[in-house]
Design a binder for this molecule. Structure first.
Ligand SMILES: Nc1ncnc2c1ncn2[C@@H]1O[C@H](COP(=O)(O)OP(=O)(O)O)[C@@H](O)[C@H]1O
Ligand SMILES: [Mg+2]
Length: 363
């Protein structure tokens, strides 16, 4: 648990952070966000005591951070920054092992830990432990930075724009990887970003700053649905209803769907029965149960295969783990108002309609 109580940082006449109070519960990801210069980095640096507050208190697990030697304090805090300074002359394994070495872990324990962390961040230990930073892509280097921060298993993780230097696609990958790791490790995380989409994807709670002051502290859902004032409204943007959709998972909103088998000899009569029930179309699966296409029931009598539209699961369907925002862009991209939900093998597990999505954007 981290608590900030009325924390202020002044540089001469400049007030970098002003009377800031918020707390972060154990296992929670708190995202600090706001325009450039609003005091995000200053706040993070006061927590691990790279700089000292001018006034106010910071408590870590109930104890004032100021009461402890900074070196001791930092052992409990992993710190990840943008373009993480990996030591160029050290291998990946040596880079990750820096803190465990300082803590005098024995060699076998360090080796085990390095491999464990490489596996955790999705890099093959065999091929990566001996590499040097110059052999890594930007995204890989950033992952090693995260592994290094996690090396001594600190309960607290401070991340200052950790993915800021990575291209947008690589950044998406790093975010989902971070979430996967966080679900397992449940660290207490303060994550700084100026990228609202990133904040919405990863935050349990968002603290929005403007010129050193806290403007709104809320869950991503509420920040988007109930912006407190004009600043928040303009910060979250006019498309906040759409942004909010990325907080919802398809799995939580799909409806059951039935499919007919493409080589069912009774296909025509079954399609007819569905039409009688008021259905406008029917999903069609192949022999293995994979999504094969759909039938437009307005035309489908007589030879149903003539009104069959083919649809590859990966192009038309969405996964239960996708967000409603992904589902919406699939609908818009494909011109369909009902999107099939498929599992990893392409089997139909449900469907989601534009009307369902619309209901959720009424904020
Ligand atoms: N060492 C410093 N001396 C003077 N002003 C500083 C110093 N560090 C930060 N500031 C000022 O404090 C404000 C907040 O900076 P910072 O925390 O780095 O913002 P952010 O990380 O949100 O972009 C800015 O106006 C910045 O110019
Ligand atoms: Mg900064």
């Amino acid at each position: 648990m981290i608590e900030l109580e009325g924390v202020t940082k002044r540089y001469g006449d400049v007030v970098a952070v002003e009377d800031l109070s918020f707390s972060v519960a154990d296992g929670e990801v708190c995202v600090l966000i706001g325009p450039s210069g609003c005091g995000k980095s200053t706040t993070i640096k006061m927590i691990n005591r790279v700089i000292e507050p001018s006034s106010g208190r910071i408590l870590i697990d109930g104890k004032p951070a100021g009461g402890e030697r900074p070196e001791v304090l930092r052992r409990r805090i992993g710190y990840v920054i943008q373009s993480i300074g990996l030591f160029p002359h050290m291998s990946v394994a040596e880079n990750i092992a820096v803190v465990p070495k300082l803590l005098r872990w024995d060699a076998a324990r360090i080796r085990f830990r390095v491999d464990e962390l490489l596996a955790l961040i999705g890099l093959n230990p065999e091929s990566y432990r001996g590499k040097y930073p110059r052999d890594l892509s930007g995204g890989e280097a950033q992952r090693i930075g995260v592994a290094r921060a996690l090396a001594a298993d600190p309960p607290l993780l401070l991340m200052d724009e950790p993915f800021g230097a990575v291209d947008p696609l690589g950044r998406l990958g790093l975010q989902s990887e971070f979430l996967k790791i966080q679900r397992r490790l449940r660290k207490t995380v303060i994550f700084v970003t100026h990228d609202l989409d990133e904040a919405i994807r990863i935050a349990d709670r968002i603290v929005l700053l403007d010129r050193g002051r806290l403007v709104q502290e809320d869950t991503p859902e509420r920040l988007l649905s109930e912006p407190r004032n004009g600043f928040v409204k303009s910060f979250v943007g006019t498309d906040r209803a759409l942004k909010r959709l990325s907080r919802f998972l398809v799995a939580d909103h799909l409806r059951p769907a039935r499919s007919l088998s493409v080589d069912d000899p009774e296909l025509a009569s079954r399609a007819g029965a569905l039409k009688e029930e008021g259905a406008r179309f029917a999903w069609i699966s192949d022999r293995a149960g994979r999504l094969f296409g759909w039938l437009d029931l307005a035309e489908a009598l007589g030879d149903p295969t003539r009104s069959l539209t083919r649809a590859a699961p990966s192009e038309t369907g969405v996964l239960p783990t996708d967000s409603l925002r992904d589902a919406l862009s699939r609908m818009l991209g494909q011109g369909i108002t009902v999107v099939p939900v498929v599992d990893d093998d392409g089997r139909l597990v449900g469907e989601l309609s534009l009307a369902d999505v619309e209901r959720l954007t009424e904020v």
